[in-house]
Write a protein that binds this ligand. Structure first.
Ligand code: ADP
Length: 425
């Protein structure tokens, strides 16, 4: 199948969220390319969906609007028939936005007077009922998100939360309607429009609900949602799940893992790799702070091992050790120094022939992708929920590189071993 126009154009308000959405679209059969920021040139490869990854979640709202509109313009130029504004499945936003203001701006630019809003993602235990968002078994406001440092979510009622961010009238398509399927949802949309409602929060407590919702969104110029709604959209374009969508070039070259994540899951993954007797090198933030060229040391160490199989370079540490480092260096300084060092190591590894790279950590991933000069990635098969293999061309890997960006708490304990095995299969 050849297609020169993208069908679905997506704008994601953060980096790992973009990959999460792309992963769901690939699983539903779309060939997906993710761009880091708004590209300056047309896409030079075929894709059914394009995800533009922004970092607009917590920036000032005028900047978020400007970036989102630039993304919209570029996506329209690629032929996108429907626009998907993707935010977090916990509806992460400040009191003033940016979900409401960006949605209003996109609606205006698209000349549309109605859209939906739902962060429901049942696979990840995010469900919406009567407009209330649940995280696992508890309301959003009891889930820990009420204490988030940047986007504290203290009200679980999404109609109220969104209404506070927009002059547009916000309504609800509740579960009794969604359960009846497409015709009932369309009738409800017409009713809401007649009442002057411009944005409707939609209940969904299961994938079946999202699959019932999908057909009712056919032809809607703008959809706003977490990544869950994506499972029900490709069918509207005649796209069905297929292995072909996730096909990447054959894997080649050397294998390596860099990890700057200190999350519980990553600590277990690092331990699992070490216990299997594979080569692993810990890097010490205090030595970086003392001016030692830790990246050069790590690369010299890696050269001695890398021909024989995957190597791991990590700053991953238990919470007490991280607190001790942060106490000495300050958490921002420690974080930035470690990110910069790991990114330099990732780049050095690729210069030494690594073409299969696992990066663990959300911020760490951002730093590595930037250091590698990657501007777009094709999304491949899922390794674990939310984490696919990707393929990118980079200045130091003009022949192409397989890369996976694993955010903190994602992935099974044997993720590192499993991911490489999947690539060879
Ligand atoms: P996650 O996805 O697990 O949150 P991130 O990469 O987003 O991982 O964040 C981890 C942060 O912790 C990064 O800024 C990283 O540089 C920093 N960091 C990594 N290792 C250490 C360490 N040993 N001590 C202090 N900070 C660290």
């Amino acid at each position: 199948m050849t297609r020169t126009r993208a069908l679905l154009g997506c704008i994601a308000d953060d980096f790992t969220g973009a990959t999460d959405l792309a992963n769901n679209l690939v699983r539903a059969g779309m060939r997906v390319v993710q761009a880091m920021g708004v590209p300056t040139a047309p896409l030079d490869t075929e894709a059914d969906a394009i995800v533009v990854a922004l970092k607009s979640r917590t920036i000032p709202k005028d900047e978020a609007i400007a970036q989102s509109l630039a993304a919209l313009q570029w996506l329209k130029a690629q032929g996108a028939e429907q626009i998907y504004f993707k935010y977090c499945s916990t509806f992460d936003s400040t009191a003033e936005g940016n979900i409401g203001p960006v949605t209003d701006a996109l609606m205006q630019a698209l000349g549309t007077n109605f859209t939906i809003a739902t962060p429901a993602f049942p696979d990840n235990k995010r469900t919406v009922f009567k407009g209330y968002l649940f995280v696992g078994d508890v309301l959003l406001s009891e889930s820990g998100m009420q204490n988030h440092p940047l986007t504290p979510m203290t009200d679980p009622n999404l109609v109220r939360v969104l209404q506070a961010q927009t002059p547009s009238r916000v309504g609800l398509i509740d579960h009794s309607v969604v359960a009846q399927g497409e015709a009932a949802i369309r009738t409800r949309i017409d009713q809401l429009k007649a009442e002057g409602v411009r944005m409707a929060v939609v209940d969904a407590v299961s994938n079946a609900d999202l699959l019932r919702l999908g057909p009712a969104l056919k032809g809607m110029p703008l959809v706003t949602a977490g990544s869950g709604v994506a499972i029900g959209l490709p069918g509207n374009f005649g796209v069905a799940p297929c292995n072909e969508a996730a096909r990447l070039p054959a894997a080649q070259g050397l294998q390596a893992i860099v990890s700057g994540s200190c999350s519980v899951a990553t600590n277990q993954q690092v331990m699992d790799f070490i216990k299997a007797g594979k080569p692993a090198l810990a890097i010490d933030p205090l030595r970086i702070a003392a001016g030692v060229d830790v990246a050069a040391e790590a690369l010299a160490w890696a050269e001695g091992h890398i021909g024989k199989g995957p190597v791991l370079v990590y700053s991953t540490a238990e919470p007490s050790a991280v607190r001790a480092i942060q106490g000495k260096l300050g958490s921002d300084k420690a974080g930035a120094m470690v990110e910069e060092t790991i990114a330099a190591i990732a780049r050095g590894l690729v210069q030494r022939g690594v073409r299969q790279l696992i990066v663990a950590g959300g911020e760490t991933s951002g730093a590595c992708v930037q250091a590698l000069g990657i501007t777009q990635m094709r999304i491949g098969a899922q390794i674990d929920p939310g984490v696919p293999w990707c393929h990118a061309v980079a200045p130091d890997a003009k022949d192409g590189l397989h890369i996976t960006l694993k955010s903190g708490n994602f992935g099974s304990t044997d993720f590192f071993t499993k991911a490489f095995a999947q690539l060879q299969a």
